[in-house]
Design a protein around this ligand. Structure first.
Ligand code: RB5
Length: 149
């Protein structure tokens, strides 16, 4: 298991409150949140924020990333353009477990207009406590990486 406890968080304007609630939650769980904003609800552009968070994960500066927009979809699409990032949108706990166990996801995307805070925190907990299983799944994750070449 990695000793890097840093989790980058970012969002667009649609998810400021939920992002800050998640930052507080992960800190309470012993992680080090790196909240790169934005800090106001002024309308902004999710690709910039998704890419900024993804670069911190891809570089190894942060172990995981949690990103949010209205649906979680647009910011996820942007993050997955950065080589080395595997980001999934989750609206249920099972998927959050699976993207760690089978896909070795290093980023989680959430939709602040899709799920409430209680479910979001349950999804975050599942993501952070599930481990990659390796084996046949590693072969498939390596195949994802090969698509980046
Ligand atoms: C912003 O209105 C909205 O489009 C954005 O938060 C997100 O849902 C895009 O995928």
């Amino acid at each position: 298991m990695s000793t890097n406890k840093r989790i980058v968080l970012s969002s667009d304007h649609a998810a400021i409150d939920l992002r800050q609630a998640i930052a507080a939650y992960v800190e309470a769980q012993g992680w080090e949140p790196v909240d790169i904003g934005p800090m106001t609800s002024e309308s902004t552009h999710y690709p910039e924020h998704g890419a900024a968070a993804a670069r911190l994960v891809a570089s190894g500066d942060c172990r995981f990333g949690i990103i949010l927009c209205g649906t979680g979809q647009g910011i996820m699409m942007a993050a997955n353009k950065i080589n080395g990032v595997r980001c999934g949108v989750c609206s249920d706990v099972f998927s959050a477990q699976m993207i760690r166990q089978h896909n070795d996801a290093n980023m989680l995307s959430l939709g602040a207009r899709v799920i409430d805070e209680k479910l979001a925190l349950e999804i975050v907990a599942a993501f952070l406590t599930s481990e990659f299983e390796g084996g046949r799944h590693a072969t498939r994750v390596d195949m994802i990486g090969a698509l980046e070449a």
